[in-house]
Design a protein around this ligand. Structure first.
Ligand SMILES: Cc1cc2nc3c(=O)[nH]c(=O)nc-3n(C[C@H](O)[C@H](O)[C@H](O)COP(=O)(O)O)c2cc1C
Length: 194
């Protein structure tokens, strides 16, 4: 059993977070969830679920423990490097969060937990979603990459011939799970047959 942190910020693409959270919880791992304030609002807008409904939905199929932490709770375990985890993903990640994390300025619990993962040299997967990108965005992403984060744009591929939105979402979710070192079969490996 592993322990992962999932941060959900206010970029578009909450559906990616839903898929990643389900895969982690169904695999029996311990999951620590934190929404930014904007993250929960965007999830409500895009999926119709607030944080509580999301937790209920997750709980139905989870075999591992799931904890939700409030974004202003800087006393939560994930705010400290002494709380050992196997990695964190921010899905989706706003450019505001990218900037704050790259600047090391801390802030809410999501940003603090990301800071902790970088300083502890643990996996941090940053699924940013913005387009087009300014030079400021690009510089901030480079800072995070140079500091050890895996930069994973929410840009699904089409070479695997997706037949609907679920396939597009699974493509990104699979790459996030791989970035966290989690085996998964959400997508077929290229070259593995057909
Ligand atoms: C519906 C909606 C969609 C948004 N989509 C994005 C986005 O894709 N990328 C982004 O960087 N910001 C996006 N934003 C803006 C962020 O929510 C905003 O910058 C917010 O301050 C981010 O805060 P957070 O990093 O604490 O979540 C969106 C806002 C709304 C209301």
């Amino acid at each position: 059993m592993k322990r992962y942190v999932l941060g959900i910020s206010g970029a578009s693409g909450s559906v990616y977070a839903v898929r990643v959270a389900k895969a982690i919880a169904e695999a029996g791992h311990e999951l620590h969830l934190v929404f930014s304030a904007a993250g929960e609002r965007v999830m409500i807008h895009e999926t119709g679920m607030d944080g509580a409904a999301f937790m209920k939905d997750l709980g139905g199929s989870a075999t591992g423990k799931i904890f939700r932490h409030e974004s202003n709770d800087l006393f939560a375990p994930i705010a400290s490097g002494s709380f050992r985890t196997d990695g964190m993903a921010i899905v989706p990640c706003s450019m505001a969060a990218v900037a704050a994390i790259a600047g090391g300025s801390g802030g809410d619990l999501l940003r603090r937990a990301a800071d902790v993962h970088l300083k502890e040299r643990r996996p941090l997967v940053v699924v940013f979603r913005e387009t087009p990108l300014s030079s400021i965005h690009l510089r901030n992403l480079l800072v995070l990459s140079d500091t050890g984060a895996l930069i994973l744009p929410a840009a699904p591929a089409f070479y695997n011939k997706p037949t609907g939105m679920d396939d597009l979402v699974d493509f990104i979710a699979a790459r996030v799970l791989s970035g966290l070192g989690m085996e998964n079969d959400l997508i077929q490996e290229w070259g593995s047959g057909e």
